[in-house]
Design a binder for this molecule. Structure first.
Ligand code: ZN
Length: 208
């Protein structure tokens, strides 16, 4: 299995391409659909599944064009359906936590609400795609409609309990080189939010 990161759009959104057995699973394909299609064609990869970490517009800008081109539906946690901007016929909703299998990979969807009600983290082996729940040195906003700080704290506590060598790929790089990639162990030592989630989650209430 290989993971490729495409940084696209003005907010440095991460589109992830997960390669296995000459097939590709995509996470949050958005913004520059031609660039994503070219990438797949150059690598001779067939996209077989698309997952969205949540339904914020910047994670699905123009994703309808991608889904239509490859005749796919995008998997979205059902609690985010209400504000999903994609045509409903292009979406397949499900209730997390849930397990999927694509391209010979076990895909474990964890429900991690807080940034949105239906935010998920997508775990494959020792890699986890955290969307806007957990960033390098930061966490997702809780001041947008549908967000909830208390839920985010619970989600962060859950993530803080993953093995330290779990590799994190987050939803944005925010312009920093490799700013999308870390490990749970690294974040426990440098990310004040995750550190506090592990040590004293009560204190996080004042930070979010
Ligand atoms: Zn978001």
């Amino acid at each position: 299995m290989k993971v490729y990161t495409l940084l696209l759009g003005p907010m440095f959104n991460c589109t992830y391409v997960i390669e296995n057995q000459e097939q590709a699973i995509l996470i949050d394909p958005s913004w520059d659909i031609p660039a994503i299609c070219n990438f797949l064609e150059n690598k001779k990869l067939k996209p077989i599944a698309v997952f969205f970490t949540h339904a914020h517009q910047d994670h699905m800008t123009d994703a309808d064009k991608f889904l239509q081109k490859y005749d796919l539906k995008g998997y979205l946690e059902e609690k985010d359906e209400a504000f999903c901007s994609l045509p409903i016929n292009l979406i397949s909703t499900y209730k997390a936590p849930k397990k999927f299998e694509f391209a010979g990979l076990n895909i474990d969807i964890l429900l991690t609400p807080g940034h949105t009600r239906g935010s998920v983290c997508i775990k494959i082996g020792n890699i986890i795609f955290t969307g806007d729940t957990l960033f390098v040195n930061s966490v997702g906003r809780t001041d947008l409609p549908g967000a909830n700080a208390e839920s985010l704290i619970k989600s962060l506590v859950m993530l803080s309990e993953l093995p330290g060598d779990t590799i994190i790929y987050s939803g944005h790089s925010y312009g920093r080189e490799e700013g999308f990639k870390s490990t749970i162990g690294q974040e426990l030592s440098t990310n004040p939010y995750l550190k506090m989630a592990k040590e004293n989650p009560k204190l996080l209430e004042d930070m979010l």
